[in-house]
Design a protein. Structure first.
Length: 212
């Protein structure tokens, strides 16, 4: 169960400091937090008094709701297709997902929404990124599914070739994240430009139920 965390900012500004030296001489901002009704100090950088924080997706790792999974092929041939499917269940716990991919040569990566399958392939292990958590993922992954219709192409990327990065990762999350549609299959394909290409594709996501 998640605990409600409330942050309280307390500005401590001395009138005498303002009169004597202006705003630059004012005392720093004090920061306190309340976790589960208990008051705790919040850390700040001792040099600048900037508050020390983590972003929300990082918080979801600590909360045990952030997951990662993928599949690789050590020898993809020219024009050979490697595919995985992300299977989003029905319900209101949404997957906030980013694509990951890496290759040693030129590869085209396509992401399709609403694929139609006759078989979901072999189950792929999904890892909780908090290895102390027992929370299970709701979205699952299969590799080498049997596809009858790809669906709607929503992303196309190129990696590993001349002028392109060797991987899809490390981007600003706000530029790369999709909140995936419930009860939907998302197909990810990697197509090699040449023989003997090593390829890995996958996803990184956290699962969250909206508050309203």
């Amino acid at each position: 169960m998640r605990r409600l965390i409330v942050f309280v900012l307390v500005a401590v500004v001395s009138c005498s400091a303002l009169l004597a030296g202006g705003p630059e001489a004012a005392s720093p901002v004090g920061i306190q937090g309340a976790v589960g009704g208990k008051s705790v100090p919040m850390k700040v950088d001792p040099s600048t008094y900037a508050q020390t924080t983590i972003d929300y997706s990082h918080y979801e790792i600590h909360a045990g709701s952030h997951f990662k999974g993928g599949y690789s092929n050590q020898d993809l041939d020219e024009n050979e297709v490697m595919s995985i499917v992300f299977m989003v269940p029905a319900g209101t716990k949404y997957s906030h997902w980013t694509l990951t991919a890496q290759s040693t040569g030129g590869v085209t990566v396509n992401v399709y929404e609403g694929a139609t399958l006759t078989a979901t392939g072999t189950a792929v292990t999904v890892w909780n990124r908090n290895r102390n958590s027992t929370t299970a993922n709701t979205m699952t992954i299969g590799h080498t599914p049997t596809v009858t219709a790809s669906g709607t192409k929503m992303v196309q990327r190129w990696i590993g070739g001349t002028g392109f990065k060797e991987s899809i990762s490390g981007e600003h999350r706000g530029d790369a994240e999709f909140v995936l549609k419930a009860d939907t299959y998302y197909l990810v394909e990697a197509i090699a430009d040449a023989d003997n290409t090593k390829v890995a594709i996958g996803g990184d996501w956290y699962e969250h139920t909206d508050k309203n």
